[in-house]
Design a protein around this ligand. Sequence first.
Ligand SMILES: Cc1cc2nc3c(=O)[nH]c(=O)nc-3n(C[C@H](O)[C@H](O)[C@H](O)COP(=O)(O)O)c2cc1C
Length: 217
Amino acid sequence: MDIAGIAQTRYTTKAFDPSRTIPASLMAQLRTVLRLSPSSVNSQPWHFVVAASSGAKERIAKAMQGPYAYNEPKVLNASHVVVLCGKAALDDAHLEAIVAQENRDGRFLAPENMATQDKSRRFYVNLHRDEWKDERTWIDRQVYLALGTLLLAAGAVGVDACTMEGFDGDALDAELGLSRRSLRPLVVVALGYRAADDFNAGLPKSRLPEDVVLTEL
Ligand SMILES: Cc1cc2nc3c(=O)[nH]c(=O)nc-3n(C[C@H](O)[C@H](O)[C@H](O)COP(=O)(O)O)c2cc1C
């Protein structure tokens, strides 16, 4: 696999072909990629809301109004739209669910390893929450790892994507009832296939040169 080639050719799609739908089997793979994203201490502090029907996409588009209206057609014309949410906090119930899942998945070769793992995870959670006081930022970083993983994966399977931070978070929260579920909408990704007239498809990729962004020791 030419992974650098995929990084070069994937791009932010500004206009989607509304007649094309991502096959269910491919969408299932992308959902799996999201769920398998790595996160610090396996904290998985996220939830992904996926919209496929026109009605569901219209609900998300309610947050793309006013200064964000330029993003509305992307949401309406894409095949699928994913809202990547961060949890409000890493509470006890979530931490207990993670360690129980790790146990079910066979991660603990000796029974005492379960408590050790739980303690080590809580050390970092407490550090961010109580000492560094950056729990939300820490959570958000993990969600953006899932974003990056999704974007590269979509490029690898020939699915076009548009990432959007341009939306009204309060409007999206009101429409989807996210804060009632202790979730915060962080970033939205439209997935589908480019329209024939997407101006951005023909533009060259632009990035700072390697010697500016990378130091070899
Ligand atoms: C976190 C994030 C938020 C973005 N928000 C928007 C957005 O609201 N609308 C949009 O059209 N593009 C948005 N973009 C696309 C970026 O402008 C684009 O990724 C960047 O210019 C690099 O271009 P490329 O993705 O085509 O390589 C966003 C990208 C990221 C990673």
